[in-house]
Design a binder for this molecule. Structure first.
Ligand SMILES: [Zn+2]
Length: 83
């Protein structure tokens, strides 16, 4: 379950929790929290660098080569060709 960080939209208002920010675990399918569950003041979601989802996008061939990988492409005759 991802953890989201929220902080009061207006740091002058809100309770002790949301004024300094709080973390909340929420299922992905729930809408983002818009109000502090304690004081009902508006909160905004913080983008946290700790809980960023892992990037699963495949590397492009050139990126992989830059990173030192050898790219093998399967040819239609069943052999692998080094790119
Ligand atoms: Zn609050």
């Amino acid at each position: 379950m991802p953890t989201y960080s929220y902080i009061a939209e207006n740091s002058e208002q809100g309770c002790a929790s949301c004024r300094r920010g709080f973390d909340l675990r929420r299922p992905m399918d729930r809408p983002a929290l818009t109000h502090c569950p304690l004081c009902r003041r508006p909160v905004k979601k913080l983008v946290s660098s700790f809980n960023m989802p892992k990037i699963t996008k495949p590397l492009s061939v050139s990126d992989a080569k830059k990173a030192g990988f050898t790219i093998l492409e399967k040819r239609c005759d069943g052999n692998y060709e080094k790119l």
